[in-house]
Design a protein around this ligand. Structure first.
Ligand code: BG6
Ligand code: MG
Length: 217
């Protein structure tokens, strides 16, 4: 019987991965090298700081601490411009149906995201009211695949880890859910997310009956 549901944000609730990609690509171009969509896969679920470290490795660039800090800010300012006008049209298909069903059944819902921009995004797309707890990049010290973000979310929901379900689109996120001893449900590509206990392309493949069984059985 599952009593707590934890959702990642980027790539699970909203398709913000494309905006993160554009902002990193702009920075890479400014620094004189390219950054491809394939390379962007490595950035999913990964903290902003770690993303910049990987980006600099890709471009074979050294950075002083001052440059590093400036580029982190620049990337985020650019990203914020992309998400400024986000609205409910950017919610991924059938996410509201699942959230609504959980709410109707009084199942607590948490966000478990690496992003420091999570709360304003949920507000912009009008989904904030569904969440009983928000654990994001501002609350954790250890990034996914460390389970900290999900364990903290379970604690805030007052639910045991083994009673939680996690929806994740990133390999690091699936690993974090598994490490937390939670049920990991991958949202995306079966080949990429093979470590997840169950994998769906998106929420349109997750029936209300399936969720009902998770909370009842
Ligand atoms: C994760 C994204 O949700 O958040 C990563 O998948 C991103 O790509 C990370 O780097 C941190 O996000 P932010 O908004 O704090 O820069
Ligand atoms: Mg994600």
């Amino acid at each position: 019987m599952k009593r707590g549901f934890i959702f990642d944000l980027d790539g699970v609730i909203v398709d913000t991965a494309k905006y993160h990609y554009l902002a990193w690509k702009n920075l890479a171009n400014q620094l004189g090298f390219d950054f491809t969509k394939e390379q962007n896969e490595l950035f999913k679920g990964v903290s902003r700081k770690r993303c910049l470290e990987i980006l600099l490795e890709i471009g074979n660039r050294e950075a002083t601490q001052e440059e590093f800090d400036t580029w982190m800010v620049e990337k985020n300012v650019d990203y914020l411009k992309y998400i400024e006008n986000m609205d409910a049209s950017e919610i991924l298909p059938d996410v509201p149906r699942v959230l609504e069903f959980l709410k109707e059944n009084n199942i607590p819902i948490a966000l478990g995201s690496a992003s420091k921009n999570a709360q304003p995004i949920l507000e912009k797309v009008g989904l904030l009211h569904y969440f009983d707890a928000i654990v994001d990049g501002n609350n954790v010290t250890k990034a996914k695949p460390n389970p900290e973000v999900f364990l903290l979310a379970a604690k805030q929901l007052n639910v045991l880890p083994e009673e939680c379900v996690v929806f994740e689109d990133a390999v690091a996120g699936v690993q974090a859910a598994n490490a937390a001893k939670m049920m990991s449900i991958g949202i995306g590509d079966k080949n990429v997310l093979a470590e997840a206990q169950l994998i769906f392309t998106d929420f349109t493949e997750i029936s209300t009956n399936f969720i009902k069984d998770l909370i009842e059985k």
